[in-house]
Write a protein that binds this ligand. Structure first.
Ligand SMILES: *Cc1c(COP(=O)(O)O)cnc(C)c1O
Length: 355
């Protein structure tokens, strides 16, 4: 990765380590890539979400609708601004937030100020349908696009449909830094300015702090790495999609009764997540072939110890419960090579033979 190393050296030589020109240039390039008016680089995806909520004026006493099956950060950010997450079940066909459930929550709960759709595993939430709903009820939308860099739906990229979109550049994401980083994108210059102020101690003008803000800035080193890697993102996403297609062919062949949400719109396969009845058995048999699998995510948000205090009854979210108990993630990364895939394929086919 010599381009990335060169970028890192460039930052060391410039000795401008936090914000500055490198970050500004990345912001312009990522905004242009997404087709959004503005991008603001921040310290992580979680900070992107909480700054977005703050910029929208969401806080104490407000409620925010989130899917019950996601990475914990989606709900954590809501709690960090003092608001309360309202968990909505997922759709069994897509593993994404169930729109009928969103409608019901918006109808029943007057304190809901925003919805956070999560484009889980790289598959887009049906944004047009969601926006019809949120517009009807007058609530804001913050896209959690932390797993969907570059995904497209109806000609628009993930993160650009609604008020504000949030990205994580954690190293394992489709676009990953060499450390922690995140960003928001928005068409609204006012919101972008708010996030800019908040990420840097509420500073507006030399040593003048208009309000209490945060130390949530992006490092120049991360911006430089991201600029180099952004040029490869389309190619890497295309490879992810190809590997996912090969997985499907093998899995269909095996006839093991798996379920994996199809592309529909665009799916950039941050992860190859499938649902199988006997997860434990599959993982053990794969491991016998030296193939490690993952679980994303085995515990639905309402069951996380850190969120227990919300007191949500498990039986109110049956689909999330079931999917979280059955979901397995198979190895998938853009630079995967044939020999590795063939080994995984062999392991998968052995499952079929053994029944
Ligand atoms: C990774 C991730 C985040 C948080 O990103 P960090 O950079 O780790 O803070 C938020 N939401 C989802 C869906 C994620 O996958």
């Amino acid at each position: 990765m010599s381009e990335v190393s060169q970028a890192v050296t460039r930052v060391a030589e410039a000795s401008e380590f936090v914000l500055g020109e490198e970050v500004e240039t990345f912001e312009q390039e990522f905004a242009a890539y997404c087709g959004s008016g503005h991008c603001v680089g921040v310290s992580s995806g979680t900070d992107a979400l909480s700054l977005a909520l703050r910029a929208l004026g969401i806080g104490l006493g407000d409620e925010v609708v989130v899917p019950a099956a996601s990475f914990v950060a989606t709900a954590e950010a809501v709690c960090h601004v003092g608001a309360t997450p309202v968990f909505v079940d997922i759709d069994p066909g897509s593993f994404l937030i169930d729109l009928a459930g969103v409608r019901q929550a918006l109808r029943q709960r007057s304190r809901v100020r925003a919805v956070i759709p999560v484009h889980l595993y790289g598959r887009m939430t049906p944004m047009r349908e969601l926006l019809d709903l949120t517009n009807e009820f007058g609530v804001r939308v913050v896209e959690d696009a932390a797993q969907a860099h570059g995904a497209v739906l109806g000609g628009l990229k993930a993160g650009t449909f609604a008020d504000i979109g949030c990205f994580s550049f954690y190293p394992t994401k489709n676009l990953g830094a060499w450390g922690d980083a995140g960003a928001v994108v928005t068409h609204d210059p006012g919101l972008a300015a708010r996030v800019r102020t908040l990420r840097n101690h509420g500073q507006e003008g030399y040593q003048v702090h208009q309000e209490l803000g945060f130390s949530h800035r992006m490092d120049a080193m991360q911006a430089a790495v991201l600029r180099a890697k952004l040029r490869r993102l389309e190619d890497w996403n295309a490879r992810r999609i190809l590997w996912a297609q090969r997985y499907r062919t093998v899995l269909d062949d095996c006839g093991m009764g798996y379920q994996c949400p199809g592309p529909k719109g665009s799916h950039v396969y941050h992860m190859m997540a499938i649902r199988v009845p006997d997860r434990k058995g599959l993982r053990q048999k794969m491991l016998n072939y030296g193939v490690e699998t993952g679980m994303h995510y085995p515990v639905p948000l309402h069951r996380q110890p850190s969120l227990q205090r919300l007191g949500i009854a498990a039986k109110s979210l049956p689909v999330s419960e079931k999917v979280c108990a059955e979901v397995v993630t198979l190895p998938l990364y853009p630079l995967m090579e044939d020999p590795e895939f063939l080994r995984i394929e062999e392991a998968l086919r052995s499952l079929h033979v053994q029944g």
